[in-house]
Ligand binder design. Structure first.
Ligand SMILES: Cc1ncc(C[n+]2csc(CCOP(=O)(O)OP(=O)(O)O)c2C)c(N)n1
Length: 325
């Protein structure tokens, strides 16, 4: 299951784009130019990109409140995502939702949810639909460690196990649920052990190593397509920034964030690997980074210059439009 050079470079571009997008948006929030929430995903890029790259185009992904990275990894335009953060008509949801509920149905991403654990059951329904339709699609549901204490998680795993559904439950364990450290909200050492109760395979892996995530999800996808049923994968990483753009993380032990940023940054780690393997030179990396920085600047310009939705259109998209043809 060796990855070719092109794929390895694509993975780097994707991870860097997520980081750059977030750094830029975070600053705009801090300058007071954007309202609402930005839930940061810095440190989680390897889980987002590794998992999504292992899927095929037809597969379905359900995201959560920390979702812009999932969408960027799947190829949703940075312009459209940025415009949604700005609440503009050119956004992924025509400016109706802001950044927490992105939709990209064309890329198999029906909706993100700000309700912790809420999408796990919806994703299980999607997997049930695939089983009934025999369309050979795999559904992947992203959620955090905190969500594994929610009833939805347990109901969904039980049903998926019972009905042998084609779904990957992917827990992005970033070690915090908002301001609560994992050890303070659950006693279990490995979240993947929760799979035992539902007699499905469960695995805990390094969520900082993008290639490890890719290979683990790829293997799971292959097994699921052979009809072997659901899988729970726990990826362990660390949320390198606050819960949201305005959170300074004062509840964390002193030095913890700095240490993880220094030693366990998935992008720094992957960049080092690419250099060591001779996949990219430093100059080539710089050129890629500059191109992405330019793309994100253009996305901001596009969003700022786009129109606001008209007040009289507020009822649009609430109900199915009548088909007059
Ligand atoms: C049902 C529900 N309860 C509480 C919240 C408030 N809330 C938003 S994010 C969050 C933490 C969720 O933690 P986790 O599942 O670990 O995901 P993470 O935020 O770390 O990605 C909470 C409690 C919510 N959005 N939905």
């Amino acid at each position: 299951m060796d990855l070719n050079k092109q794929k390895k470079i694509k993975i780097f571009k994707s991870m860097f784009k997520i980081r750059e997008f977030e750094d830029v948006v975070k600053q705009i929030y801090r300058d007071g130019k954007l309202k609402g929430h930005l839930q940061t995903c810095q440190g989680q890029e390897a889980m987002e990109v590794g998992a999504i790259e292992a899927l095929s185009k037809e597969d379905i992904v359900f995201s959560n409140h920390r979702g812009h990275g999932h969408y960027l990894a799947r190829g949703t335009s940075s312009k459209k995502i940025m415009a949604e953060f700005y609440g503009k008509v050119t956004g992924t949801n025509q400016g109706r939702s802001g950044g927490m509920y992105l939709v990209d149905a064309k890329r198999g991403m029906p909706v993100a949810s700000g309700i912790v654990g809420g999408n796990i059951c919806v994703a299980t329904g999607s997997a049930l639909a695939s089983k009934i339709k025999k369309d050979n699609r795999v559904t992947l549901s992203f959620f955090g460690d905190g969500a594994t204490n929610i009833g939805f998680f347990h109901e969904a795993l039980n049903m998926a196990s019972l009905w042998n559904l084609p779904i990957i439950f992917l827990c992005e364990n970033n070690q915090y649920a908002e301001a609560t450290k994992r050890e303070q909200h659950q006693k279990i050492k490995k979240i993947s052990d929760r799979a035992i109760s539902y007699t499905i395979p469960g695995e805990t892996i390094d969520g900082i190593d993008v290639i490890k995530v890719y290979k683990t999800v790829k293997k799971a996808v292959e097994k699921i397509r052979q009809g072997k049923g659901p899988v729970l994968i726990e990826c362990v990483a660390y949320r390198l920034a606050g819960h949201s753009a305005g959170d300074l993380g004062i509840y964390r032990p002193r030095g913890e964030e700095e240490e993880w940023n220094k030693i366990h940054d998935p992008i720094k780690k992957y960049k080092k690997k690419l250099l060591e393997e001779g996949i990219l030179t430093l100059l080539e990396i710089e050129k890629i980074e500059e191109k992405i920085q330019k793309e994100i600047k253009e996305a901001v310009k596009f969003a700022v210059e786009s129109e606001e939705p008209l007040a009289e259109s507020v009822g649009k998209y609430v109900y199915q439009e009548e088909d007059n043809e």
